[in-house]
Design a protein around this ligand. Sequence first.
Ligand code: ARG
Length: 361
Amino acid sequence: MEKTNENNSMVNCFNEWDKLEEVIVGIADESMVPTWHSYMGPVLPEKQHDFFKKNAGKPFNHELIRNANHELDMFAQLLESRGIVVRRPTNYGFAKPYATPDWKEDNSLYAAMPRDLLLVVGNEIIECPMSWRSRYHEVNAYRPLLKEYFASGCKWSSAPKPQLTDELYQENFVPGKKGERFKSCLTEFEPTFDAADFVRCGKDIFGQLSHVTNQSGFDWLERHLGDEYRLHQLEFDDQHAMHIDTTFMPLAPGKLLVHPDKIRTLPKQFKDWDIITAPTPCFPDSYPLHFSSKWISMNIFMIDENIAIVEQDEKSIQDTLMQHGIDVITTPFKNFNALGGSFHCATLDIRRRGKLQSYFN
Ligand code: ARG
């Protein structure tokens, strides 16, 4: 088994930009439309709500899945051609129904977005307590890999398994208005968080509350990581918040990519950084992005601090990044984008060269 870093395990990742050595890339196989729940309303594009209500329990369009898988394979080959080890999750049967003593779900969602549910901090992989019932068993798709990483010496932990009973979700929730303080559809019944609500900058980790991450979820992570890390809770002007990586993306030491109108005040740590405002995406408004806004264009993935993987047709962000001294490699990902993410969501960086350090004074 390959071990290339000081902690002597296959897992070692402290930030979003050190030189990438090993990564998990998601799969689109058998992606399923989940059972509709009120907690999906605040985060899914309004014009997609009917699609979800009508198609719950069905697989996503066959051709979309085939094309998305093809794009994922091309992306994986691109990474491999640069010497990066690429691993893939396993389809464990997303179409199967399941139940707890309190609720039942007709099917799972998918294993397309490893970023959402696994958080790598240093040599530890944390299974996050996700608030969507359709994602309750998603980690199964990654368990073969997790067992292998554990055998190599990494730390493997899981937050308390949530019950996801009705008490977790606000009854008759009405989202707040733009400009108001963020209002989550979650209660504080129990801790929940998605890994994708956090970004890592060495000793400093930045996160947000959202419609999947509540305060007790944030607190659990902060206490779990302990004194070695400083967790910072950011609040953005976004009443649809779910996953920080189309809002606030540290790309390299000194370079931060931000959404043009969700940042109220820049966290003080970044005052001397080059702030790169994401340009208007090139997606036509008519393009059916089932789960996300078109700002998915800024969901790029760094393979080292100078090179970003960017969607082939998203010329505006390619130009912006190059103007800020970042090299761009492009590959098509539009079909995959329809499933709710782009390159950052579709990946989980398992090992990057580099050590724990502070990037702020
Ligand atoms: N909610 C975000 C948007 O609509 C998409 C975030 C995707 N990120 C992820 N890790 N799945 O712009």
